[in-house]
Design a protein around this ligand. Structure first.
Ligand code: XMP
Length: 515
């Protein structure tokens, strides 16, 4: 995402807070980009580079193989800020002395600032900060002066204003550090001279411009899943190239009730790209027949998807590009952060293992955005709210929510139960912010009674969780009346299910999905 934007480069030394630094910077309307710690000065440099941040990290600079820094980073002519490990690295690299501290600082630390450091302009001289370190800078490198101290750390901050090098031992990016946001802001505006003019609408305009330039008269194919990321990517490309975008939506027979129709209606009306809905349910059910092992089921669905998608994309001989809805956290996870904007793809988590003779150039217009930024772009592009705020839905779809063998009949049973769970939990006032609410079909039948008739039918479990990132989750304390209504409706309205149970397990030890 060059687009001429000013940006701050963050070298990631593995701190759990690196993404937070990136967020804090973007909140100040400055673009931030995370690079692997080994990135060279040349990889980091760009026309809009305004400053570099060396993040914290779990290592000690004394550890064997501890990550270093390319000396060229200090010669880029832009300010550099080291945070925690980044400070120790800067000190060691520039001739200072780092040693293990007598007192380790983990958690709150009282910081006293010295006058005259731009980082602390407008901030009270004493404040509470969040620190997390064992080592500390014992002697400053030549040319540096101390800028702050704390009980466990005589040099809690240092600067060499003439070379525009700054470092702090505590973490300004975490919410527990008082005035942390102002420190970040001071670095951006006073020290790096950032204008802070990075806006989502501007981002859309410049991204559309660069997509147009890059794609030219060529055509693009995109696998549209109906999830937020691929939907926003499609909307963005639609703005850039309209009908020269070909979206393939694979209906694998394992979607939720009304999903394929909703996607076709929502996109067909509002956008001009070519949407191809491939109804391939039968193939997927054939591939799943007789399989009960969760991993085998996932693999079967994945294989089938690749083969259906490739066959359809293969018909689009004119397409030079394959677009994907990859977003920033995906990029960071696969630690390919500084990856080139354009490379040929052969595998991906969605389109993994396209046949070798299908060579596309990859277009990933969202690869620099966080999830909420992707949502903001979607809103601005006029995507329906239900596409923007939708709950995550796994790629293998209902196959991982039908425990045991998957059949078309079971899929339909589950679709009907699931619809009722979503309708009831989606009612106003039930509970805002549910992460996911869905039904699971169990391979267990139990005895019931309806009218005066004995029934012997399936059990359905209701799973509803609160989470912020799906890494951990707790079961939602749904109102009893909602649970009662879900149970009443499923047992009465879905023939084939006569018992409903509620999953009250958190993650960990369970996972969100049952398979
Ligand atoms: P678990 O079950 O591991 O799920 O707690 C965490 C989150 O990931 C979603 N999920 C998937 N998403 N493909 C996906 O695209 C998958 O194979 C898959 N498996 C789980 C799940 O719905 C939850 O939000």
């Amino acid at each position: 995402m060059e687009n001429g934007n000013e940006y701050i480069a963050i070298l990631d030394y593995g701190s759990q807070y690196t993404q937070l630094i990136a967020r804090r910077i973007r909140e100040k309307n400055v673009l931030s980009k995370i690079f692997p710690c080994g990135a060279s000065a040349a990889a980091v440099a760009g026309p809009g580079l305004k400053g570099v941040i060396l993040s914290g990290g779990p290592e000690s600079v004394f550890a064997e193989g501890a990550p270093g820094v390319d000396a060229g980073i200090f010669g880029l002519g832009v300010p550099v800020l080291g945070i925690c490990y980044g400070m120790q690295l800067m000190a060691k690299h520039l001739g200072g002395v780092v040693e293990p501290g007598d007192v380790r600082e983990y958690g709150r630390a009282r910081v006293e600032t010295d006058p005259g450091c731009g980082l602390f302009d407008g901030i009270p001289p004493s404040f509470t900060a969040w620190a997390s370190h064992g080592d500390r800078v014992a002697a400053l490198p030549p040319g540096f002066s101390r800028a702050a101290s704390s009980a466990g750390c005589p040099a809690a901050a240092m600067q060499d204003a003439s070379r525009r090098l700054y470092a702090i031992q505590f973490h300004p990016e975490v919410a527990h550090t008082e005035h942390g946001a102002e420190i970040v802001s001071n670095f951006l505006s006073r020290i790096c001279g950032c204008k802070g003019d990075w806006r989502m609408s501007g981002w859309i305009d410049s991204t559309v411009r660069s997509l147009k330039e890059r794609i030219g008269d060529s055509e693009v194919v995109l696998g549209l899943s109906g999830g937020v990321d691929s939907s926003v990517a499609a909307a963005l490309l639609d703005r850039a190239i309209g009908p020269r975008l070909h979206c393939i939506f694979v209906d694998n027979g394992l979607l939720r009730a009304g999903e394929a129709e909703k996607v076709a209606a929502a996109f067909g009306e509002r956008f001009s790209f070519d949407l191809r809905v491939v109804r391939a349910g039968e193939r997927f059910f054939r591939a799943l027949a007789g399989k009960t092992d969760p991993e085998e089921k996932r693999k079967a669905v994945g294989r089938e998807f690749v083969s259906v998608f490739s066959a359809e994309a293969g018909k689009l001989r004119s397409c030079r590009f394959l677009a994907q809805g990859t977003i920033y956290p995906d990029v960071i996870e696969s630690s390919n952060v500084a990856g080139a904007a354009s490379h040929t793809i052969k595998s991906h988590h969605n389109v993994g293992g396209l046949p070798g003779d299908m060579q596309f150039e990859l277009v990933e217009p969202l690869r620099d955005l966080f999830k909420d930024e992707v949502r903001a772009v979607g809103r601005e592009l006029g995507l329906a709210p239900e596409f923007i705020d939708r709950q995550p839905f796994p790629g293998p779809g209902l196959a991982v929510r039908i425990i045991g063998e998957v059949t078309p009949e079971k899929a339909e049973l589950l679709r009907q139960a699931d619809l009722r769970v979503r309708e009831e939990t989606g009612k106003p006032g039930v509970r805002d912010g549910i992460w996911q609410a869905f039904a699971v079909l169990l391979p267990v039948k139990t005895v019931g009674v309806m009218g005066d008739r004995r029934t012997y039918e399936h059990v359905c479990a209701v799973r509803c969780v609160d989470s912020s990132d799906a890494m951990t989750a707790d079961w939602t304390r749904l109102p009893f009346d909602t649970l009662a209504e879900i149970s009443r409706r499923i047992a009465n309205e879905v023939p084939g299910i006569n018992r409903v149970v509620y999953d009250i397990t958190s993650k960990p030890p369970a996972t969100i999905e049952w398979e």
